[in-house]
Design a protein around this ligand. Sequence first.
Ligand SMILES: Nc1ncnc2c1ncn2[C@@H]1O[C@H](COP(=O)(O)OP(=O)(O)OP(=O)(O)O)[C@@H](O)[C@H]1O
Ligand SMILES: C[C@H](N)[C@H](N)CCCCCC(=O)O
Ligand SMILES: [Mg+2]
Length: 210
Amino acid sequence: MRSLFITATGTNIGKTHTTLKLIEALAARGFSVGVFKPIETGVSDTAPDATILLEVCRKVNRNFADFTPADITAYTFPLPAAPFCADTEHIINIDTILEKYRQLSKRCDILLVEGAGGLMVPVTKDFFMIDLAKALKSKVLLVTPSQLGCINDTLLSMEALETRKIPFEWCVNLYEDRDTFAQVTQPYYNAVFPGWWTVEKGLETFVQKL
Ligand SMILES: Nc1ncnc2c1ncn2[C@@H]1O[C@H](COP(=O)(O)OP(=O)(O)OP(=O)(O)O)[C@@H](O)[C@H]1O
Ligand SMILES: C[C@H](N)[C@H](N)CCCCCC(=O)O
Ligand SMILES: [Mg+2]
């Protein structure tokens, strides 16, 4: 079993958007795909990410058909915040997350794990989303935005991963400011990262290499 940890330069960048496309692309290539949203915050009655991830996943993997969103999350909290802040009773136990990961892994060839927010989001006081990616030994896909400011955020996230020697691939989710991306951001990526790719055009090639 393999796993792919989908992270981003921050919240609202397109992790769920990308994970949904990954489910479809992997299933189309015959993979049995699973989904896991270890911690979701901002949950009132339903967990929005877990709900949509499960809705798409159950269509392509019967092992997830009888699941509820609670089955693919380890923790949910009402406050839309970093898990450390949302977890006011400090109930989060990393081993619980790892056990859920192991359980879900038995139901698929590849488990897609969506983080919460960006890499340096605190899960507990000393344990961050980036540490969870490392603990799961997952391959990491860093989703980066297209709006002005993305170069800085992308390079900082890359540095965090490189410092911890976590191998990763990265992609651009062409969304905000997409009309000016070619002029405002792309020249740098062309110069420094000639193999850069977008979710909308490069996901198929990425999936083929998994
Ligand atoms: N390329 C895109 N085209 C159209 N809509 C997009 C695109 N990327 C993101 N969105 C929309 O932007 C919003 C934020 O995207 P998404 O939910 O995937 O972010 P996220 O990184 O998963 O956020 P969170 O940290 O809360 O999990 C969603 O409404 C999503 O549908
Ligand atoms: C609520 C939101 N949708 C995410 N699940 C959590 C984002 C946490 C961001 C924390 C931070 O970087 O300040
Ligand atoms: Mg999401």
